[in-house]
Design a protein around this ligand. Structure first.
Ligand SMILES: C[S@@+](CC[C@H](N)C(=O)[O-])C[C@H]1O[C@@H](n2cnc3c(N)ncnc32)[C@H](O)[C@@H]1O
Length: 240
């Protein structure tokens, strides 16, 4: 059982309401543009939020991969309703087989679940093996947390504890919904992710700051200015 088997549909609520998720989605949409072509693979697809976005923008075939059978079940239920032709696969990305040759891979909050350097390297290796030699991987990964001096509460996610370990600290965190939903993830540094990407077969790695959406009734310009000065996450773009 994975932690997301337990979290299940409550994650959908966070994805659609949290300030940090609004930044992720806005930035991803800007990076991908409106017109995609060719096969696309969404890693750590969860209930299929990003996967559907790829299909809506014209990619095809589109596949989503997640280690949580419960999350994939939710994604397949939506697919049954919408009929976008998305195929969902239950697999640990670190052990993912070659599913096809893809022009694009997305990974929104995958790498922070790799518990070891070997697993991190295996994830990048498996993604590379599924990408065309002119393809690209667009990932969103959390920045190291400011905890305990600071926190991300105002962006609707909080870190409650850091458990030191030999390879990578474990962060105990929660999505801040009406009832907070606890989860845990690993605090990889940028250098660790870059090294694993190169070891996994990627030739170039670029980092981009996330872009904040226009202010609206839910999120003020002041909140977005704060986000830009202490961003929760960054975009990582890797090419073979
Ligand atoms: C925070 S959710 C992100 C879901 C989706 N990318 C999104 O942004 O809505 C993290 C997802 O990563 C999945 N996950 C964690 N470890 C994984 C692994 N080793 N392989 C595949 N999926 C994994 C979890 O099951 C969960 O669905």
């Amino acid at each position: 059982m994975t932690q997301y088997d337990e979290i299940g549909a409550r994650y959908e609520k966070s994805k659609t309401t949290a300030a940090f998720s609004a930044v992720d989605t806005y930035s991803l949409e800007r990076e991908l543009g409106d017109e995609l072509r060719g096969a696309a693979l969404d890693l750590a697809c969860g209930y299929g939020f990003t996967t559907r976005l790829l299909a809506e923008r014209g990619a095809g075939p589109v596949r989503g991969v997640d280690v949580s059978a419960a999350m994939v079940r939710l994604a397949r239920q939506v697919e049954q309703r919408l009929g976008q032709g998305i195929e969902y696969v239950v697999s640990d990305v670190a052990a993912m087989p070659v599913l096809g040759v893809h022009q694009l891979a997305t990974a929104v909050y995958l790498f922070n679940y790799a518990p070891t350097r070997a697993a991190l390297r295996a994830m990048f290796g498996a993604i590379r093996a599924n990408l065309d030699h002119r393809g690209r991987l667009v990932a969103i990964a959390p920045n190291p947390s400011p905890f305990p001096e600071g926190n991300w509460d105002r962006f609707d996610v909080t870190v409650r504890a850091r458990v030191p370990a030999e390879e990578v600290p474990l962060l105990k965190a929660a999505f801040l919904l009406d009832e907070p939903v606890a989860f845990e993830f690993y605090e990889w540094r940028r250098e660790d992710l870059e090294q694993a990407a190169r070891d996994g077969g990627f030739g170039t790695v670029d980092w981009r700051p996330l872009a904040t959406p226009p202010a609206d009734d839910r999120f003020s310009a002041a909140l977005w200015a704060e986000y830009r000065s202490a961003p929760v996450s960054s975009m990582m773009i890797c090419r073979p």
